[in-house]
Design a protein around this ligand. Structure first.
Ligand code: PMP
Length: 314
């Protein structure tokens, strides 16, 4: 789907998966004018396919587009493109319990531009791929490395939108963490280097004395759709859930830590290494809250229970 200078997106077309042609002077290649989204489609036991809150992805892309001076497809155009992509790839949606179809919408400045300015033309693409668990050890608790010298986003920057540029700095930090035997990096805030922010591609939560907390969205953290869903669902179960500043010391002292995102769903954190100190959450209360929320969320996403929150779409 392409967008003219007037900001109107044309009707999209289905094409076989493959390379797309880009002008070397495209805004996305030179000035990072690009946004991505991620969704998972699950197959229900009756064979139909479920999406989880896709309108939220459409809205987040529109917020990001405003910040990057890009036009964005309407919510209806976004949803239509997703549905067409799923329909064309229905046979690739794994059976219930065997993974899901990951859907990646991309909005890029495809028009040629020299000099820092919005591109004159935009392209919206959606592609899909069957996936299993995000972390290599499946559902086993993950291990995180926190290093003060690497930050994801600067204050006033683009950490709160899902722009491709944010991931450029994450690749190095995550690779360093993996080389040291960890699953991912855990970022601290860029100013005080003491407040917990997020991982390279998911949000973080802690549980202490049955109170669930997650970092406040201060502009450098992505407003995750799974994060919001867990807050809403946990509150509906009667949990006290706080969005607040969380220091790394408070996190290390938690009973349970878990992270949330479309790819990671809800993954337990088994260990965090910070300034040479290694904290294990292994034996603490058997991660009962994380387990409860994981089961509830995945049951809704896979259509195994009635969706009392009204989050799934066929
Ligand atoms: N933070 C970052 C940096 C991410 O890339 C993601 C994945 N989109 C998230 C958090 C979690 O967001 P969501 O729950 O919407 O997938």
């Amino acid at each position: 789907m392409r967008c003219s200078e007037e900001g109107v997106f044309t009707k999209g077309e289905l094409v076989p998966y493959g390379p797309i042609e880009l002008n070397p002077a495209a805004g996305v290649l030179n000035y990072g004018q690009g946004l991505l989204e991620g969704l998972r489609a699950h197959r229900k036991e009756d064979g139909s396919v479920l999406l989880f809150r896709p309108d939220e992805n459409a809205l987040r892309m529109r917020v990001g587009a405003d910040r990057l001076c890009m036009p964005a497809p309407s919510v209806e155009q976004f949803l239509e493109a997703i549905k067409l992509t799923i329909l064309a790839n229905k046979r690739w949606v794994p059976p219930t319990g065997k993974g899901s179809l990951y859907i990646r919408p991309l909005l890029i400045g495809s028009g040629a531009i020299l000099g820092v300015a919005p591109a004159p033309e935009y392209t919206f693409v959606v592609f899909a791929c069957p996936v299993g668990h995000y972390f290599k050890d499946g559902l086993s608790p993950i291990s995180l490395l926190t290093e003060e010298e690497y930050q994801c986003a600067a204050p006033g920057g683009t950490g709160d939108i899902k722009t491709i540029g944010n991931y450029a700095s994450a690749v190095y930090a995550k690779e360093r963490a993996k080389e040291r035997g960890h699953s991912d990096v855990l970022y601290l805030d860029p100013v005080h280097k003491k407040f917990v922010e997020e991982l390279s591609s998911c949000n973080i939560f802690m549980v202490k004395d049955n109170i669930i907390s997650t970092p406040l969205l201060t502009g450098t953290v992505l407003p995750g759709i799974t994060r919001r869903s867990i807050i809403e669902y946990a509150r509906s179960l009667g949990f006290q859930v706080e969005e607040c500043l969380i220091t790394i010391d408070e996190l290390l002292d938690a009973d349970e830590v878990f992270c949330t995102g479309t790819s990671v769903v809800l993954s337990s954190v088994g260990c965090i290494v910070y300034q040479g100190r290694r904290v294990e959450y292994g034996n603490q209360k058997f991660r009962t809250v994380s387990q409860q929320l994981y089961s509830a969320l995945t049951a809704i996403q896979k259509g195994l229970v009635e969706d009392s929150m009204g989050w799934t779409v066929q």
